[in-house]
Design a protein around this ligand. Sequence first.
Ligand code: PMP
Length: 395
Amino acid sequence: MPHLSSRITSINGGGSDGWDVFYRARAMVAAGEPVIELTIGEHDIGTDPAILDAMHRAARAGHTGYASVPGTPALRDSVAARITQHTGIPTGRDNVLITPGGQAALFAAHVACCDPGDRALFIDPYYATYPGTIRAAGAVPHAIPTRAADNFLPDRETLSNAAIAHNATSLLVNSPNNPTGTVYPRDALEGIAQAAQDHDLWVISDEVYDTQIWEGTHISPRALPGMEARTLVVGSMSKSHAMTGSRLGWIVAPEPVIEKLTDLATNTTYGVPGYIQDAAVFALAQGDPLEDAIMAPFRRRRELALGILGGQNLVGHIPCQGAMYLMLDIRGTGLSGEAFANALLDRHRIAVMPGESFGTSAAGHIRVAMTVADDAFASALGTICAFARTLAPAG
Ligand code: PMP
């Protein structure tokens, strides 16, 4: 066979990616073993039947052919209206490209901002696909480390230094954050905005968890002074509307960027199925009541978790201000996140993600997805704390 391109063979970057626990858990489930899976960000409910009915109606009404590539006018308008309402920044149809999910949007955004070989910054800990997405887009990923003691927020000086040292082109930020649950406060975002303006960076802002806010307020960096012209916002119906499998996301950006991104979409995905876009228009039109109902279980489970974690002092946690995950500090056991997660799976059939799966900054932590029914979730968390206690060095 002829050689594969280095672009494609280097996407995964080599080495252990810390996902062994996840694959082991999946193999156990496939073999019929009962495993409580608290690994990936998948709701424990399916897409609302009313949204599925809208999808079915649209398909039966004939919206099954090629759909408009940048997105249907109706959906682009709905997304633009939502963004205008949430941020106060006037946003129109021509600021919106509809993509097959937030993941495709992350890729397209990096293609739009980075030339081959350009340095693209992102913040560690990070959503697992970030470095691979950047490499797939032809750029070179560079992680900016953060510290648990700072709730994993980047500090402005480190950002600036990295931007200078690497002559960086873009900076990817994610608030509410997966995996840490941190909602970036205004001052952290202002630091990011300042660094972006000082060093002429594009900011790619991954806001797919924007409806899952438990504490504080979601602020989009695009809404900060001077940022609209250099920010690409990535959004998605996956988390807000439990539509992970529908693959519906978007990029919001300046009009000339959307124009060029439409060229990319025309020559890669050729858009998103029309009946799924129609279902998304329907879903967005349901407004807050539907979005609130979808995020409510995570809010409830977070409250349960705070009660359970508050009753002990061995397992620490990063304040979970948003998103569907808890980042637990298990350094008191003396184990790495990976060793703890493997032992937990073997001993108790509970699967969590090692912090190490998300970069080096979250070593000694585990990420717990709040994605099983309340009772099972509370019981699993109790077991995790009790298990940590058995591992902790005496005294
Ligand atoms: N960004 C983050 C931070 C995520 O956690 C995810 C999915 N888990 C995505 C983007 C991509 O989501 P999707 O492609 O389903 O929209």
